[in-house]
Design a protein around this ligand. Sequence first.
Ligand code: HEC
Length: 150
Amino acid sequence: MRHLRLFVCAVPLVLFSVGCDEKLSDLTGPTPNLSPTFSSIQKDIFSTQDSSGRLACSSCHLPGGAAAGTGLFLTDAATSYAALVGRGSRLKPGETLVIPGDPDNSYLVRKLEGGPNINGLRMPRTTGPFLTEGQMLVLRRWIKEGAANN
Ligand code: HEC
């Protein structure tokens, strides 16, 4: 019976229309309000340190910060969106940070998952905590759905 339930739950989970007794907040762990919109990603991931102890991206990705050389400023939604969607990586020429509809090839996703084929380190530098699987599912879903400025 347990196997059956796992199977029945796994299918909607993959499609991300979370069903059964799983709530979205169970998946997104340290950021229970995270949803696949850009404003939510900005608020819960880029701008905020979460309860796992993961650093806010904006603590380094700001003018004069540790990541200033990347030109990738993640300080507020308008700035982050303009710096990410359809924009090239400065440190790995030829890569695009966010390719609408294509999370696997979006360089942002690969930097956060630790590969494949990244220059520099996995984000957030340097030893994590990194984003959880659930947080990555939400981010991937936002890109898959077209990376809207929503
Ligand atoms: C402790 C400082 C620090 C934190 C926190 C941090 N970064 Fe970075 N980030 C850097 C530095 C320094 C680089 C350039 C060197 C490298 O890529 O390893 C960088 C590079 C990047 C790049 C590649 C940019 C390019 O043009 O190739 C991306 C994408 C990125 N960070 C995203 C993030 C995100 C998203 C977060 C939060 C989840 C984050 N970073 C948190 C310091 C940080």
